[in-house]
Write a protein that binds this ligand. Structure first.
Ligand code: GDP
Length: 462
């Protein structure tokens, strides 16, 4: 954050470079801290920095896929069906175990599925600065069609800019209506290929297994187009998928390796925990010694239970691993996360626009009736000017919920509630994540505020 900040001021420094005292003092005043923070921020920069990979070191990696959709449309059933289908098709050895993610093998080509269905899980990770997924499977029940959480899921995937494959589920039901689902989804710019669009639709049944083979093929095809590549020959880094404490074995964490290769014996820092990989098992409970990009593994050897969504890095030695972990503890996880991203609010929008930090104003609208949500959306979009484009990344009817807030946090959006309020959970998360939630009873006032904010003329609220 510090390096970036200096860079924005036109001063190019590298992480290890010393800065002169006057500058240090200036920054220290700004951060309202003494200069020792510098060391701590260095550590975090180091932890979060993404080195540019030389193209020649990159090798194809499996896609990581998540399943989203409305409740009861069959996400869990579909994940189970895919896992079982793959076991039947003849993977030798190992009973499958639930570790939060699993891998299927289709004639030598792999796909990694995240086993926690739902867009909230997906976006919470993104909110922590971690991009976990390459492709979203949108499950829509053929007998029920597009429902509110279907729309949420679509907008979460769109905000993350990942491709969506539509799985129309429950086609075994007599009341299934595939054409109706296709028709309804055109409203959200998901248009089937046979209707001239570019979204893949696969009719499936988690019960009869019909269509599941095709769905897997379509995932591989989409992955191929995305040219997913990573360098396997470097120190590993990735994400915590889930973690728990086992009475006998101590902390157990499922990690998704994203870059490099994780090996037994590696020193790692995982959020505020650290340790040495003592043992590693895959999703089929087999002991393994190394895991490359896109592989989920369960590991033993951490000193503490980390949080889902934490980033892990393999380090050269025990000392570095401990240093990362200690920085997380001493600085407070939340504060560190906060420092890595700027939260948008209407009050400081103008300053951020002027600084060139904001080119898009992302807005989520919730209202009491569809008509006002739509009216507000259309008017807001018209406020776009040369400096900033107004985008409505999600809109819907009903109270502001948890999904809205995590989407806003992950996408640096503000939330406008029109004749609705945040529910209890949403309010709590919004406070914690510092998401700007603004409530209005008159459309004109909402428009007026956004317009004023864009011009730097918004009156502060007390
Ligand atoms: P989730 O809430 O999206 O995870 O949905 P579930 O997987 O729990 O499924 C909800 C209900 O739909 C359960 O009763 C399932 O048995 C049923 N279901 C799921 N997939 C199918 C399907 O392909 N056909 C039929 N007939 N029922 C299904």
């Amino acid at each position: 954050a510090l390096v970036k900040k200096l860079f924005l001021q036109g001063k190019v420094v590298t992480i290890n470079q010393e800065i002169d005292f006057a500058l240090a003092e200036e920054i220290a005043m700004e951060y309202d801290v003494i200069c020792e923070l510098e060391e701590k921020i260095d550590v975090i920069e180091e932890l979060l920095k993404e080195e540019e990979e030389d193209a020649s070191t990159l090798k194809p990696r499996p896609p990581v896929v998540c399943v989203m959709g409305h409740v009861d449309h069959g996400k869990t059933s579909l994940l189970d069906a895919i896992r079982k289908e793959n076991v039947i098709s003849g993977e030798a050895g190992g009973i499958t175990q639930h570790i939060g993610a699993y891998v299927v093998d289709i004639k030598g080509e792999k796909i990694t599925f995240l086993d926690t269905p739902g867009h909230e899980a997906f976006t919470s990770m993104r909110m922590r600065g971690a991009m976990s997924t390459d492709i979203a499977i949108l499950v829509v029940a053929a007998d029920d069609g597009v429902m509110p959480q279907t729309v949420e899921a679509i907008n979460h995937a769109k905000a993350a800019k990942i491709p969506i494959i539509v799985a129309i589920n429950k086609i075994d039901k007599p009341s299934a209506n595939i054409e109706r689902v296709k028709q309804e989804l055109t409203e959200y710019e998901l248009i089937p290929e046979d209707w001239g669009g570019d979204t893949i639709f696969v009719p499936v049944s988690a019960h009869t297994k019909e269509g599941i083979g095709t769905l897997l093929e379509m995932i591989l095809l989409t992955a191929e187009v995305g040219e997913l590549k990573e360098n396997p020959d470097r120190k590993a880094r990735g994400l915590v998928i889930e973690a728990r404490l086992d009475k006998g074995k101590g902390p157990i964490a499922t990690l998704l390796v994203q870059k490099g290769t994780l090996k037994v014996g590696d020193h790692i820092a995982v959020g505020s925990s650290y340790g040495k990989v003592r043992a590693m098992t895959d999703d089929k409970a087999r002991k393994i010694r190394s895991a490359g990009p896109s592989t989920p593994v369960e590991i033993l050897g951490l000193d503490n239970v980390p949080n889902a969504g934490d980033i892990f890095v393999a380090t050269d030695n025990d000392k570095d691993a401990r240093r990362f972990a200690e920085t997380f503890i001493s600085e407070g996880r939340e504060r560190l996360i906060e420092q890595t991203k700027a939260k948008l609010s209407l009050e400081d929008l103008f300053t951020q626009i002027q600084a060139g930090d904001v080119k898009e104003l992302n807005i989520i609208i919730k209202g009491d009736v569809q008509g006002s949500v739509e009216a507000l959306k259309q008017s807001l979009l018209k406020l776009s000017n040369e400096e900033v484009v107004v985008k409505v990344i999600h809109g819907g009817v009903g109270a502001i919920n948890e999904s809205d807030v995590i989407l806003a946090s992950a996408s640096n959006a503000i939330i406008i509630g029109f004749n609705v309020r945040p529910d209890h959970t949403a309010k709590e998360i919004a406070d914690k994540e510092k998401v700007n939630v603004r409530l209005y009873r008159v459309i004109y006032n909402a428009l007026d505020d956004v317009e004023a904010a864009m011009k730097g003329m918004l009156d502060p609220v007390f």
